[in-house]
Write a protein that binds this ligand. Structure first.
Ligand SMILES: NC(=O)c1ccc[n+]([C@@H]2O[C@H](COP(=O)([O-])OP(=O)(O)OC[C@H]3O[C@@H](n4cnc5c(N)ncnc54)[C@H](OP(=O)(O)O)[C@@H]3O)[C@@H](O)[C@H]2O)c1
Length: 332
């Protein structure tokens, strides 16, 4: 007699792993030689990549030389973007380009970078405006050359609940935080693929994987942006020389979340923007696909995968993330 899965029952209740093993063996035997080879190779590959990742933690990794790279940072005039620009210049990038909407900040950051001896240019560009992105990408290519590292950093937060939010403000966050990356990536990726040399970076947020109330526009846009990067990364697997990095920082000390209160600031202090910038450039240079900042954010994501909803709600209440946005002042 057989179970529904084609496993002989023998009148006994078989443990699930034996059922799985039986299915694996019987189904593998029915495969052609090529598929059978892939099926047998698969666990070996998994083990190899796990060991390789472990070894990377212990052994020094080869760093990407940035001396031929032209780096474009959206929102590069201030906050994390400004520190990213300074860090790329410090780490030897050939040229740094800044995009943003506020000329004063862009100019000031640009002058600081030139003072460090690195060629720097800035352009006014609203990444939420598709036509403007394509137009400024053309101008940039003609005036400065091909971008080889694109850092999608620009973002805004409206910081209200759904019902308290103005429709236009909700749309604006999605246009800038999510769709802006579609346009910038579409503008620069084709040339990276031609050159077989490029890196697309997304400064995302842990809120893309663990949302909080009072920032529904931001969390939604960041979750969509996470999926965008995941899909893009997999799509680029067969494209030599072009890769991606997604950075997921915790609360960082910039103007973006001004007024937001974390319940235990000593236990969960905000990150410094210079730390986020340093670790991001390091991740690009080591070709790291995903970077959680700080690393303890892995624990949150792990807990989310199995804890019951009520336990997760208690975590939000205990940590204060449930009410953190009540005091938010921000700036959009
Ligand atoms: N601060 C945090 O707690 C935190 C935590 C996790 C992740 N992040 C992420 O880190 C990134 C940088 O944030 P931040 O903290 O540095 O914020 P910020 O200080 O408010 O800077 C945001 C930057 O985005 C630019 N920007 C906004 N809208 C733009 C548009 N339509 N077109 C072009 N540029 C635009 C701004 O430049 P202009 O004003 O000149 O346009 C500014 O340079 C964002 O993606 C954010 O989501 C921040």
């Amino acid at each position: 007699m057989e179970s529904g899965l084609g496993v002989p029952s023998l009148g006994l209740e078989l443990p699930p792993f034996l059922i799985a093993l039986h299915l694996l063996v019987t189904r593998t035997c029915k495969m052609d030689w090529r598929s059978m080879g892939s099926a047998l190779l698969f666990p070996v590959q998994m083990l190899y990549y796990l060991l390789k990742a472990g070894a990377r933690l212990l052994l020094p990794t080869r760093l990407r030389d940035l001396s031929a790279d032209v780096v474009l940072i959206t929102g590069g005039g201030r906050g994390i973007g400004r520190h990213l620009a300074l860090e790329f210049a410090k780490q030897g990038a050939k040229k740094v380009i800044l995009w943003g909407r506020t000329e004063k900040c862009l100019k000031e950051t640009c002058e600081t970078i030139r003072g460090m001896g690195t060629e720097c240019h800035y352009f006014l560009c609203d990444v939420g405006n598709r036509e403007e992105v394509y137009q400024q990408a053309k101008v940039l290519r003609e005036k400065v050359g091909d971008v080889t590292i694109l850092v999608n950093n620009a973002a805004v937060v409206h910081g209200r609940s759904l019902m308290d939010s103005d429709d236009d403000a909700l749309l604006k966050s999605q246009h800038i935080n999510t769709l802006g990356q579609f346009w910038t990536t579409k503008a620069f990726l084709p040339r990276m693929l031609e050159l077989q040399n490029g890196h697309v970076v997304c400064i995302n947020s842990v809120l893309s994987l663990s949302a909080i109330p009072g920032a529904i526009d931001y969390c939604t846009s960041k979750a969509a942006s996470f999926a965008f990067m995941e899909s893009l990364t997999l799509g680029l697997l067969s494209c030599p020389g072009v890769s991606t990095t997604t950075v997921l920082p915790f609360h960082t000390n910039t103007e973006m979340f001004q007024g937001m209160k974390v319940r235990f600031p000593n236990l969960f202090p905000p990150l410094k923007p210079e730390t986020v910038a340093r670790r991001t450039v390091e991740a690009v240079r080591t070709n790291t696909a995903i970077l959680y900042l700080p690393w303890t954010m892995h624990v949150l994501i792990f807990l989310k995968s199995f804890l019951p909803q009520q336990a997760l709600e208690e975590i939000h209440k205990f940590s204060g993330s449930y009410t953190a946005m009540n005091t938010f002042k921000g700036r959009t």
